[in-house]
Design a protein around this ligand. Structure first.
Ligand code: HEC
Length: 158
């Protein structure tokens, strides 16, 4: 895109629209309140922009995954519920990733965007501190920038 000038007055700044603005525009354009009168549906702008790699999860986003041992019977066989899902025993650890401005630099070439990773025991003590979580970053890097290095890609609806 050709570089257009930024116009600045006492009360107003006019900035040429860039792809980086999609992050904040997604919030504005997909606001449900906008659709109260048009009776339309939100355009899933964030979802589309994310698929195009223009939008990341907001700073402050935290994802957590709980790992649990399976419940076993006397013969050490996994016990399952009626639909075949293994029954849960003790939680083994909780893996966490968090996105903040500038996070992830410590992982160097393995960096997965602005995420830092850590793993905790159920009592809250660290199993893998963020500074040692390069292996987590290296694998999440493979999820790709277009999904902001998140595998599950459960896109927030707004
Ligand atoms: C070998 C690759 C690999 C490594 C290493 C790895 N992950 Fe993941 N991680 C995945 C995959 C694949 C998923 C999606 C799994 C699913 O949804 O069932 C995932 C899911 C997650 C999620 C949920 C968000 C998402 O991306 O879906 C978190 C949080 C997470 N991992 C944290 C960690 C942490 C912390 C570490 C290091 C202690 C780690 N991961 C190491 C592959 C990896």
């Amino acid at each position: 895109m050709a570089d257009r000038p930024r116009l600045e007055g006492d009360r107003l700044v006019l900035e040429p629209l860039r792809v980086e603005h999609a992050q904040e525009m997604a919030v504005v354009l997909d606001d449900m309140a906008l659709h109260t009168f048009t009776s339309g549906e939100p355009a899933k702008f964030r979802e589309k922009a994310m698929a195009a790699g223009a939008v990341a999860y907001p700073y402050g986003t935290v994802f957590a995954v709980e790992f649990a041992h399976g419940l076993r019977d006397g013969e050490a066989q996994l016990m399952r519920d009626g639909s075949g899902t293994p029954l849960k025993a003790d939680v083994a650890r909780i893996d966490v990733m968090r996105r903040e401005r500038g996070y992830g630099e410590v992982y160097g070439d393995s960096r997965a965007g602005e995420w830092e990773f850590a793993s905790y025991r159920p009592d809250g003590t660290p199993l893998i501190a963020p500074g040692n979580a390069g292996a987590c970053a290296a694998c999440h890097r493979k999820a790709g920038a277009e999904r902001d290095f998140v595998y599950g890609l459960r896109v927030p609806s707004k």
